[in-house]
Design a protein around this ligand. Structure first.
Ligand code: FES
Length: 105
């Protein structure tokens, strides 16, 4: 079981309890706590799954591929801690991670 602390766009706090084998986007979408999220289904084509990963926790994540970095460059809400949740496979090392859903562009 992996617990993720999530802040949605409306500022509400949630604790997601999920399993490895999903992406972070799928876990957020399946929890039904965020509206227009994961619109392209994880094809890395929409940026609707833009999230901020708590500072210091990027080290447990796989680095972004070029297509993820390229897509995020078009977002006005991009920050150093930005990632696309569909490109992050859930793993046990992510237990306790804090994630904030980025504003819509
Ligand atoms: S779901 Fe579309 S880029 Fe992640």
């Amino acid at each position: 079981m992996i617990k993720i602390s999530l802040t949605t766009r409306d500022g509400r706090e949630h604790t997601l309890e999920t399993n490895s084998g999903l992406s972070l986007m799928e876990a957020i979408r399946d929890a039904g706590v965020e509206g227009d999220f994961g619109l392209c289904g994880g094809c890395c084509a929409c940026c609707s799954c833009h999230v901020y990963i708590e500072a210091g926790q990027h080290a447990v994540l796989p680095p972004p591929a070029d297509n993820e970095t390229d897509l995020l460059e078009f977002s006005d809400a991009r920050k150093p801690q930005s990632r696309l949740a569909c490109q992050i496979p859930l793993e046990g090392a992510m237990d306790g991670m804090r994630v904030v859903v980025a504003p819509e562009d």
